[in-house]
Write a protein that binds this ligand. Structure first.
Ligand SMILES: [Zn+2]
Length: 146
């Protein structure tokens, strides 16, 4: 320790004292209220961190159908395969995607002979359904038509 800053210390002490006497400093600390999303914890866990980009036709990447998605933390639209929206129990995790799949199933049923591709690969879909035989055998039919 040196004594080189002694005068500064005194000055700052005086300043502090004066300001303490002349006005009261209100410190507003804004504490955000605790989120009370406890009524439906299951729903809370599923809060999407992305946004489905609605479009008339979904793109295919290497022949594979993809859903366009905008992650919450970026402005870049990404293309996710349908599998990305199916959880380990075989349930759709996204209402929009689920709705689209139902629409596609419906169209396939109504126009069974219209050429269409499988939802999960580049193969031709079977008549009246949205899946090829291969993906159907792989268990996707229960999910897509669940
Ligand atoms: Zn397929």
């Amino acid at each position: 320790m040196t004594n080189s800053s002694t005068s500064d210390d005194i000055t700052s002490t005086m300043r502090t004292t004066r300001s303490r006497n002349s006005f009261v400093v209100h410190v507003h600390v804004h504490v955000p209220p605790e989120p009370e999303d406890t009524e439906d914890p299951i729903l809370e866990n599923n809060v999407p961190t992305y946004e489905i980009v609605a479009s008339r036709s979904q793109p295919r990447v290497y022949g594979k159908l993809c859903i366009e998605v905008k992650p919450a933390d970026s402005d870049t639209v990404e293309k996710w395969p349908i599998e990305a929206f199916v959880d380990e129990d075989g349930d759709f995790t996204d209402e929009t995607v689920c709705k689209w799949v139902n629409d596609w199933n419906d169209k396939a049923r109504k126009a069974p002979f219209a050429p269409r591709k499988c939802l999960f690969c580049n193969r031709k879909a079977k008549l009246g359904v949205t899946l090829c035989g291969h993906c159907e055998n792989a268990g996707w039919r229960d999910i897509v038509y669940g």
